[in-house]
Design a protein around this ligand. Sequence first.
Ligand code: AHM
Ligand code: MG
Length: 337
Amino acid sequence: MKVYTLDEIIIQRQSAFPYAKGDLSRLLMHIGVAAKIVSREVNKAGLIDILGETGDVNVQGEEVKKLDVYANDQFIAALKSTGICAGIASEENDDIVILDDEMSLNGKYVVCMDPLDGSSNIDVNVSIGTIFSIYRRVSEPGKPVTKEDFLQPGNKQVAAGYIIYGSSTMLVYTTGLGATSFTLDPSIGEFCLTEEVVKTPEDGKIYSINQGNYFQFPEGVRRYIQYCQETDKATKRPYSLRYIGSLVADFHRNLLKGGIFIYPETDKAPNGKLRLLYECNPIAFIAEQAGGMAVDGNGNRIMDIKPTELHQRVPFYVGSKNMVKKAIEFNKEFSGK
Ligand code: AHM
Ligand code: MG
């Protein structure tokens, strides 16, 4: 059986890209290389002195683990070496990273990323991930990128994807022509095609939410949780609760099996916890391409939100279409939305 690698598939599809000069292909391939390097480090995290905190606090006020910094550095270096990425917005950097060498200044693309998502799971050998989103810059090439290049709605994404460092390492990406998944074969060091067209079920039996925050959730979400827990043979309820605490891992499982992931607003996080630019938008793009849905608590499409801040947060409802619609119905009825 012929094995197709990530690079082969990217090249094969190049002609279908809207701006087919090979630039986007190069960018995606470099992301694939950085992912392999990060995967290698994640896999030996328990063996070497890379675990633990650096002692720094990131822009969100959270502790930074060494592997977060490592992943951030790797992805920035990989994007810089493409010469076509003019700037980066990362969860780990307060401000945008301007790539100002001569080649990069003329780059047409900018990248938003969460280099290592689910950081609280690094120390405990639980799946973590990388999330990325690619846009064409809106500022003039040849000049340093500005914040405006990054504050574009998700519907302007040219490509997006994630890497999950789990029992195996997988990469899922889209350029708007469906979602495709690859699995890293460590013996040959290549991401091998797993599913050319990833499709998510329209209904599912899994709900994923941090139920510990139950009493902080809006009434509609609490009622939806009760709905998930009720017994009803026709709709295969009760559903199973599955929550890893790594967005990529929770989303990936639900994508394949059918399910809903919700991170709503809470008393502690009035806009939810997850970040629009580099967590919600890329995941929403993959979800929609797979036939799923991604909205905020009011049912507004995530990818149509015009961002105003780099690290903006948004309540996030994503997954199987019918489940997301149901959750929003409950919000409309009980949360006054
Ligand atoms: P991080 O970017 O600091 O890792 O935080 C994001 C993570 C997501 O992966 C996950 O969905 C969420 O935080 C879990 O948060 P909580 O522990 O509040 O349930
Ligand atoms: Mg994150």
